[in-house]
Design a protein around this ligand. Structure first.
Ligand SMILES: [Zn+2]
Length: 243
């Protein structure tokens, strides 16, 4: 029932053909998918699955599948409510065209890459991170004051400098030997597949990440600090939104 995670190699892939592996109370399992399952702080994808006869199933969210022996790549496509009759008709082995809501995903990609830039802007450990369609929320473990103008200015420079973004792979063993690469205390590196994916922003940042990213920081566009607050005695919360 394992899913081939096509977004891992190409985050710009918006559709693919797939075969239904199973339908259960979690949702629809496919043999391969372009849908990103909620994880690493990044929201899951929405979109549609279209059957051979043209029938469309609306997918509201994508989650990591739960079953004995599931890997971090195994995903389940969660149908929007009210499609029960349609779901009951689905058969294992049926072919579908899976297509993500690209406008939504592209916002996730831009905000996710921006949150990696934030690790270069503010050199503090991240102890919470949430990337949604409308904002990226980051909790920094620090007692130092954070200046809104400084953050916006540094981000503008990093976006404007159009740094290339790409992925590299290292083995689980190499990852275990390089703990300094981990910036986010609350998100464990995506280990368990034998290799770990690193996201490199040329000359800016390098850290393990299984999420989807833009190819160049220039694609992020203009951002503003929508919120900056003291979350606890040792944590500063920062929310980025599109300007
Ligand atoms: Zn990431």
């Amino acid at each position: 029932m394992s899913t081939r995670a096509l977004f891992r190699e190409d985050a710009y892939l918006t559709r693919c053909e797939a075969t239904i592996a199973a339908v259960d109370e979690q949702g629809i399992h496919l043999d391969q998918s372009v849908f990103y399952p909620l994880g690493g702080g990044q929201a899951g994808d929405a979109g549609t699955l279209t059957l051979a006869d043209g029938t469309r199933i609306d997918i509201a969210d994508t989650r990591k599948a739960k079953f004995e022996g599931a890997t971090p790549d195994d995903a389940v496509h969660v149908p929007a409510p009210g499609q029960e009759a349609l779901l009951a008709r689905l058969a294992q082995g049926e072919r579908v065209a899976a297509e993500i809501d690209w406008a939504r995903r592209y916002r996730h990609m831009r905000l996710h890459t921006a949150s990696h830039l934030m690790c270069a802007v503010l050199p503090y450990p991240v102890d919470g991170c949430s990337i949604t369609t409308d904002y990226a929320r980051l909790d920094f473990a620090t007692v130092e004051p954070i200046e809104r103008d400084f953050v916006e200015e540094r981000l503008r420079e990093l976006v404007g400098a159009a740094h290339a973004v790409h992925t590299e792979w290292i083995t689980d063993d190499e990852m275990a030997g390089r703990p300094e690469l981990v910036r986010t205390m609350s998100v464990k590196p995506p280990m368990g597949l034998g290799r770990v994916r690193l996201l490199r922003i040329e000359n800016v940042d390098l850290q393990p990440c299984g999420g989807t990213h833009v190819r160049n920081t220039g694609e992020i566009g203009e951002l503003r600090v929508a919120k900056l607050e003291k979350k606890s005695a040792r944590t500063r919360r920062l929310v980025l939104e599109f300007a």
